[in-house]
Structure formats: C-alpha cells, structure tokens
Design a protein around this ligand. Structure first.
Ligand code: FNR
Length: 385
C-alpha cells in the first residue's frame, strides 16, 4: 500500500471502491431505504464550526484520553462492523492488531468473518465484543461465554437491530455470504484479481462466530433472511438484566438515539452508551446521531460514559463530538476502507490520519490537552457560524 496516496478517509474510500468486489463495497457504503439518515450523519458534522484562537502556546499537545477506564492514544474506538474479513483476509484480526499497537479499543462484531477465538489468538490485548441477540438463547449464552474466555474487556449490546433496515443495494447485488457466484458477480470478482488471490488463499468466507456454532447456519446465507429468521425481535430491557448476569463485566449499549433510552440504559446498569443510528443503515428518517448526542449527554452525561458514532470521518469530527459531550467517537466505515487498502497497515494509516487531524485542530483552537475540551467553548454558536 502506498501510504502517500491516502491522505484522508475519502482517499481510502475511493481506493476501496476500486479494489473490493462491488457487492462487498456496496454493503459497506450503503444506508437503508433513501439513505437520507446515512447522508445526514456526515452533513451534520459539517454544520458545526470551530472557534479559531491565536497567539496561545500550543507547542506541546496531547490527544490522550481515558475510555472506559483505559488510557487511550485518542478518544476514538472502532465500531463493530460485520464482514470485515471480506475487505482483507483475516480482516478483523488485522484491524484489532492495528488498534492494540495504536492504543485504542477495537470492537469485534458478532457478524465478523474472524471468530472471537481467531482475534484473541492474533492479538495480545483485550478487545470489545459486540453482541447481537438471537432467538436461540443457548447460542447467545455461549457467545457471551466465548467472549469471557477470550478476556474481552467490554460487551457491546447492539439494541437497534431487532428488525433489519432494508438496504436496496444488497438486494440488487444478491448479497449472500459466501458470495453466490452468478455471472455478474464472477465477472466483477475476477476484475479485482489482487482481492481474489488474497481471499482464495485465506479460505475464510463466512461468519466465524456463527457458522459451526449455530444450527443450520452453515449453508449460503442471505443476510436479510438470516436476520429475520434468527434475530430476537422480542429483545427488551428485561434481557439486558439477563445479559448482565451472564456477562458480569462492563456493558455498553449501542443504538441509543433518545434521552429516555439513555436514562433506561443507565437505570439498567450499563457502563456506557453509544449514541448511534447504525451508520444510517437501520431507521432511515432518524436524525443524524450527532444531533441526538446533546440531549443524551444532558440526561446521563457525568453518570455514565457516552460515545458517538455515525459520520465521523476525520480528527476534526472527533473533536466536534468531544466538544458536544461525547467521551469517545467511534468510527465504522473508515476502518473498513483502510482495511481494503492495506490490511493492518491500511487501518493504522487511517488512525494516524485521524490523530494528526485531531492534534493539529487542537492547536488551531488554542488547546494543548484534549481533556481540557469540556463543553462547547471551542465551537461557534449557531448564530455565529
Ligand atoms: C455496521 N454496523 C454494525 N453495528 C453493530 O453493532 N454490529 C455489526 O455487526 C455492524 N455491522 C456493520 C457493517 C458495516 C459494513 C457497517 C458500515 C456498519 C454499524 C457500525 O457499528 C456503526 O454504528 C456505524 O458504521 C457508524 O457509522 P460510520 O462511522 O460508518 O458512519
């Protein structure tokens, strides 16, 4: 990978688009229905403007911050994303390794290609595990036990996928895993020979946490069919208590968009929430996650940690989220783009880009330590901007 060719997340996105078969690229770069919430996540960040300050000594600066009790290189974590291993062989292990070397948390999805055990074997530090709740509670209990055995340091319960938001591109592409080789996808896949050779050599083409562990999940899967037949549509706050009792460790609830739900998450003993609309992939028509952040912070900030994801594309976005009260910004698609560009090195490059942008923007705002960013002081008000 020529790092010089990738100077920002958008560069990585364009390179990923060229390198990865269309069905997998589209799976990443898509939202549900009209994709209006997907688009709005990024647009919302652009509405917020910084207050430029000058003639302040900013010769030493620090982006270090604590996230869920751990000292991190910056207040950033990778959001759990399924299918990572289709961007690069053993993709999730590559990304987890990039995170541990960089010093930020990595979150492994239930729907990852590498299993919990694969990632644990390929890394030395604990990672977070994201849980989807299936109807088969025996399987869920087993997943939790596997995450415990792998010494995962937090469990993220994703609460916004009881039903699946329809993503037109996946239907049009006939997305299945393993990829069903219709003529169109054969032509597309062979037009990406480097990807093809890498994937063929890795021989990992399916969901490592599920296939072999979940009855009936070892044939070709249509994601929407698997979700609608297996995910628990009855999931409720009662299950949070059940999950907590089996897990016994730190719990993060992801997919909170309403201050009432933030409060309920707190009352049910979560250690943190992720204000998230699933990157615009679930309820199209939901507000941008950044717009939902302030009210959630007002409700529970200070009592529990509040993270944000959706549309974070730069270190500047991380700083805006921090100024609006998030303890940590999480990034989804950008790490998948980085992975597609160059495996572990590609993800590291994305993290370095984000940290550099964050560090330099701190300087422009006259701040030397990211922990001094408290409240909106570094931002212009809506009347000023
Ligand atoms: C996701 N997301 C997601 N979330 C989750 O809790 N479990 C999962 O398995 C997945 N899978 C997944 C796959 C892909 C391809 C994407 C893009 C997203 C949602 C993810 O964790 C996060 O909420 C969003 O990606 C954040 O938005 P950005 O950073 O992608 O704009």
């Amino acid at each position: 990978m020529r790092r010089a060719a990738i100077l920002c997340v958008e560069d990585a996105k364009q390179m990923a688009r060229r390198r990865v078969p269309k069905a997998f690229y589209d799976y990443v770069d898509t939202g549900s229905w009209t994709e209006s919430t997907y688009r709005s996540n990024e647009e919302e960040f652009n509405k917020i403007k910084f207050r430029q300050r000058v003639l302040i000594d900013v010769s030493t600066r620090s982006t270090k911050a604590r996230v869920l009790g751990e000292e991190c290189a910056m207040p950033v974590a990778l959001s759990p994303c399924g299918f990572g291993g289709m961007m690069w062989p053993n993709g999730e292990t590559h990304a987890a390794r990039a995170c541990e070397k960089f010093g930020i948390p990595f979150a492994l999805s239930t729907m990852s290609i590498n299993s919990i055990e694969d990632v644990a074997a390929g890394t030395t530090k604990p990672f977070w595990f994201q849980l989807y709740v299936m109807r088969d509670k025996g399987f869920v209990k087993n997943l939790i036990s596997r995450a415990k055995a792998a010494k995962c340091s937090a469990l993220i319960l994703t609460a916004d996928l009881q039903v699946l938001g329809q993503r037109h591109k996946d239907i049009r592409n006939g997305l299945t895993l393993p990829l069903r080789l219709e003529l169109q996808s054969v032509l597309d896949v062979v037009s990406k020979p480097a990807w093809c050779i890498r994937q063929l050599s890795s021989k990992r083409w399916n969901f490592g946490n599920i296939v072999g562990h979940y009855p009936g999940a070892d044939s070709v899967l249509s994601l929407s069919h698997f979700t609608s037949s297996q995910f628990d549509t009855a999931l409720s706050w009662k299950d949070v208590e059940w999950i907590k009792s089996h897990w016994g460790g730190k719990l993060i609830i992801k997919g909170i968009m309403d201050p009432q739900d933030a409060k309920l998450a707190y009352l049910h003993g979560a250690d943190a929430i992720v204000v998230s609309n699933h990157g615009g992939r679930q309820l199209d028509g939901a507000p941008p996650s950044l717009a939902a952040l302030t009210k959630c912070v007002e409700e529970v900030g200070g009592k529990m940690e509040v993270y944000l994801d959706g549309g974070v594309r730069s270190g500047q976005d991380v700083l805006k989220a921090k100024a609006l009260g998030a303890n940590c910004a999480m990034i989804g698609r950008p790490w998948l783009y980085g992975l597609a560009c160059g495996g572990e090195e590609g993800v590291t490059n994305i993290l370095e880009i984000v940290r550099k942008e964050l560090d330099i923007t701190l300087g422009f705002c006259g701040i030397t330590d990211i922990n001094d960013v408290k409240g909106r002081g570094i931002l212009l008000s809506s009347e000023e901007s």
